[in-house]
Design a protein. Structure first.
Length: 163
């Protein structure tokens, strides 16, 4: 075997040993199951499909722990984004959720001002549960719910009688 082949074989052996050690560290001890974790999700939510620019909307959000253990307290966020973008157009509404037991659902009513720097059109309303990732979860990728929303022009001002 040449020195290049021997060097490569040593590197492969070293990588295999590192992978085995990492797998052993991440795997439960024989006969034990892995530690259960909470799993925070937006279980359901309701919102209007349209809203006038310059107004406010109220969204009802149900956040649940579908995991196998209690969560720590966490923060959620409601935001309005451009379609396909991840930049909030309005100041996000944030609210705290206390620790949730497995299977527990918490209902929140959240108000979001629709003061937009953009013209009326189609936008995306997003709810992000555990937005700051304060809770180590079974699945960190199921914390987002989104819907399309049409933002309309603000209502025209009508003059009051006598003016």
């Amino acid at each position: 075997m040449t020195s290049t082949g021997g060097s490569r074989a040593r590197r492969v052996a070293k990588l295999a040993a590192m992978a085995a050690a990492a797998l052993a560290f991440a795997s439960p001890v024989a006969g034990q199951s892995p530690q259960p974790h909470p799993d925070i999700v937006v279980e359901r939510w309701s919102t209007p499909s349209t809203a006038p620019a310059g107004g406010t909307i109220t969204v009802v959000v149900h956040v649940a722990n579908t995991g196998q253990s209690a969560s720590a307290p966490f923060t959620n966020e409601l935001r309005l984004d451009r379609t396909g973008a991840g930049t909030a157009l309005t100041r996000p509404a944030r609210w705290e959720t206390p620790a949730l037991q497995p299977g527990q659902v918490l209902r929140a009513e959240v108000t979001l001002p629709m003061a937009l720097p953009e013209p009326p059109g189609e936008y995306v309303l997003r709810v992000l549960a555990d937005v700051d990732r304060a809770v180590a979860e079974e699945n960190e990728h199921n914390n987002l719910a989104e819907r399309r929303m049409i933002v309309t022009a603000p209502p025209a001002l009508t003059p009051s009688p006598g003016h």
